[in-house]
Design a binder for this molecule. Structure first.
Ligand SMILES: Cc1cc2nc3c(=O)[nH]c(=O)nc-3n(C[C@H](O)[C@H](O)[C@H](O)COP(=O)(O)OP(=O)(O)OC[C@H]3O[C@@H](n4cnc5c(N)ncnc54)[C@H](O)[C@@H]3O)c2cc1C
Length: 475
């Protein structure tokens, strides 16, 4: 078969660019086809946090002793081993070397913003200067320096499939032949149909549901459709990251304010209000009717609500304040935020068990009087009681899509697998389009860009080796 390129890459975000760089370095001719008018995808829009173990940035920050083994143990445990161990092992082993690789390409990780971004104690969230742009720009520049061809405004519509093998793509009315094709089209957060089908926990929130990928117009799940056309299996049903929100609009939020007391319909607390999004949104969605209520009193709103220091621990510049007093006052006036003189009346307005709410507040207040949250170990620079009316209730749902988890089934070599688990000849995948990266919980901030770049590199290497042997075979 004559080919136009050794490797065709569909999607020019973090995974696609990393794949192009590695494949080109191994001598393969590559083209990146990008539907948007610019490269970078969600990677460029992101907060730019990269989850990694055993890095020079950790050591510069005085964090010693982290290992890929420890990262593997944590990621598998927090996901109850509901992930492919060999894929996760590769991600953990390559996380450190990939941070060094990105640094060598010009990404600047800031040691002062190395954060604990999961629910273990190890700081593995590497924040890059310039947020996601700091990672995307490094990749775009490196691909450019290597002479990788790119075609912008080119949305791939289908894969070419001949004699049981993917032989290229169809885009813009023409066929392009490649020995190997890599799908790196990202997630599906901007497609309501895909969300309904593959992420029902997100879909249940109706008009509250939206994805932080909103400004990236082609995060529509095309890669899933392309793969399915050639028999790909779909994995990771209903997994992904859902961030908590008070439903105020399309503002990037990831953390709840520390000064609220959060309860479910039973009037019970069920999580530390300051918990990481590794667990917070999942716990909210596990409550009756998949929602919760932030309860606070008037003195707390007056004293605490204008302090936004909790919003953006990764220093990304992306988070928007939505809980400050002016916004709350508007929402109280519109009836959106409930207000009452007593907790029992407030509970009645929200459908919460009133007696339980009173008891929950009593225990919470008693703990705070002693300076410690004995039940849930909430960490905050100051804890606020709920005791002086009027009292307020803000409904909270975990409805903002941070990452979609469902996608193409793949193996450790990034080969796309069919519904029987057999590799589809000529087809690889990497990044958010894969359904093998997210499990029961999001491991921690950075566990999407990390796997995207790591597996992008791996897919590029594997694809190049296969394409070059194909080139030799037809020569
Ligand atoms: C605001 C925001 C903040 C985030 N913060 C973080 C964070 O700090 N850490 C973290 O780990 N994750 C974060 N994420 C998630 C993370 O950015 C993504 O999961 C990751 O970057 C995905 O990389 P990717 O290469 O798979 O896809 P992308 O970078 O999204 O690239 C996919 C590309 O494919 C293109 N494409 C789609 N369909 C086609 C088609 N048919 N033909 C051609 N091209 C196509 C798209 O236009 C896009 O450019 C964030 C996401 C957002 C939006």
């Amino acid at each position: 078969m004559a080919t136009d390129f050794d490797v065709i890459i569909v999607g020019g975000g973090g995974a696609g660019l990393a794949a192009a760089i590695e494949a080109t370095k191994l001598g393969a001719s590559c083209i990146v086809l990008e539907a948007d008018t610019k490269l970078g995808g969600a990677t460029a829009l992101s907060a730019g946090v990269f989850y990694a173990a055993d890095t020079s940035v950790q050591r510069e920050a005085g964090v010693e002793g982290d290992t890929a083994d420890a990262m593997f143990t944590y990621v598998m445990a927090v996901n109850q081993w509901a992930l492919k161990p060999d894929v996760i092992r590769l991600i953990c082993d390559e996380s450190g070397p990939t941070v060094e690789w990105l640094r060598s390409l010009g990404t600047r990780f800031i040691k002062e913003f190395l954060v604990v971004s999961g629910v273990d104690d190890m700081p593995r969230g590497h924040s890059s200067e310039g947020a996601g742009g700091g990672i995307a720009d490094a990749l775009i520049n490196a691909a450019g320096a290597l002479g990788v061809q790119t075609a912008l405004g080119t949305r791939v519509e289908r894969l070419l499939f001949e004699d049981g093998r993917v032989t290229g793509v169809h885009a813009g009315g023409m066929d392009l032949h490649g020995a190997v094709t890599i799908i790196t089209t990202g997630g599906f957060g901007n497609s309501p149909e895909m969300i309904a089908k593959h992420f029902p926990t997100a879909a249940q929130h109706g008009s509250w549901t939206w994805a932080v990928h909103d400004p990236a117009p082609f995060i529509l799940g095309d890669g899933i459709t392309l793969g399915e056309q050639v028999g790909a299996g779909i994995a990771g049903h209903d997994t992904g990251l859902l961030l908590p929100t008070s439903g105020v609009g399309k503002f990037v939020e990831a953390f709840l304010p520390p000064w609220i007391m959060m309860v479910n319909e039973d009037g019970r607390r069920f999580a530390p209000e300051t918990s990481s999004y590794t667990v917070c949104g999942y716990l909210i969605n596990e409550q009756t009717n998949a929602h919760a209520f932030a309860i606070f009193d008037d003195p707390t709103m007056l004293e605490a609500s204008n302090d936004s220091s909790y919003l953006d621990p990764y220093n990304s510049g992306l988070a928007t304040p939505t809980w400050e007093e002016a916004t709350l006052r508007k929402r109280i006036a519109s009836g959106d935020v409930k207000v009452a003189d007593t907790l029992v009346e407030l509970a009645a307005k929200c459908g919460i068990d009133g007696a339980a709410l009173v008891e929950t507040a009593r225990r919470y207040n008693a703990d705070i009087a002693d300076g410690v949250d004995r039940q849930f170990f909430k960490k905050a620079k100051k804890l606020f009681t709920v005791e002086t009316g009027p009292f307020y209730a803000v409904e909270v749902k975990a409805a903002i899509i941070g990452v979609t988890g469902a996608g193409l089934d793949a193996d450790r070599q990034c080969r796309v697998l069919d519904t029987h688990g057999v590799a589809i000849p000529g087809l690889y995948g990497a990044g958010e389009v894969l359904g093998v990266l997210q499990g029961k919980r999001y491991a921690g901030g950075g566990f999407s860009i990390g796997p995207a770049v790591i597996l992008g590199r791996e897919a590029g290497r594997q694809a190049a080796v296969e394409a070059l042997s194909h080139r030799e075979a037809v020569a």
